[in-house]
Design a protein around this ligand. Sequence first.
Ligand code: IPD
Ligand code: CA
Ligand code: CA
Ligand code: CA
Length: 263
Amino acid sequence: MNINKVDEFAKEMIFEAGKRIREAFSYDLKVYTKSGANDLVTNIDRETELFFIEKIKASFPQHKILGEEGMGENVTSLEGPVWIIDPIDGTMNFVKQHRHFMITMGFFIDGIGKLGYIFDVMREDLFYAIEGQGAWYNDSPLRKLQPVPLEEAVIGINATWVTPNRVVNHEKMIELVHTIRGTRSYGSAAMEIAFVISGKLDAYISMRLSPWDIGGGTVIAKEVGAIASNLKGEECNLLSKDTFIIANPSIHHQILNDYIEEK
Ligand code: IPD
Ligand code: CA
Ligand code: CA
Ligand code: CA
């Protein structure tokens, strides 16, 4: 398989999907809830996932596809070529703010990340990587991340981290917030991962993410030296939900060791 050809195919498909989303959502948006009132999905999330599946199956019928909206197959192993796709990451932003939502996908062969994409649909900004060849923000190569002291770090977390919760000791998180330079909360995991990869954030932490939220991002992370793991410091599992941190390599261990106390 020529990976650069697959990359061209993926980019073309992502740009086309982005155009369709931008054109459709102002006049044809139906919003539904899934597991609860705050868990949204729209007709466009589903249609976009289906669009990707049809495109991939037409060119690569043997590839497996894991997508958030379940329009693909039930993927239980990462053996062979596998696409992991979130057609819209940040659906609440999509519905409410009409911006700050991403298409994100990763392409893996036997569990090894080959291609990763995070596309800001409204800005038409693409973060992507090809394993071993590097990472890019549109046409500009992304540099390896430079060390940053924790005191100067800006970290993506949301308010649940500093209020009593079931996942971590929130008092330690308050300490972290007091130590660093600032926090941000954007409402799209893929966007926050893209920001860490490009040095606009120095870390992003989440209590629970799914494979499609992080699949593409983990491939790009490797090319710039960002470290992605669960909160135990273990490698990300791309078949089940887990805790998640991605950080500049100079502060990844420090955050996990000194501030994250899992319950
Ligand atoms: C969600 C977003 C959000 C994160 C949630 C994800 P979705 O993805 O990435 O920022 O906090 O955990 O589920 O549902 O909008 O694709
Ligand atoms: Ca969702
Ligand atoms: Ca998502
Ligand atoms: Ca989604």
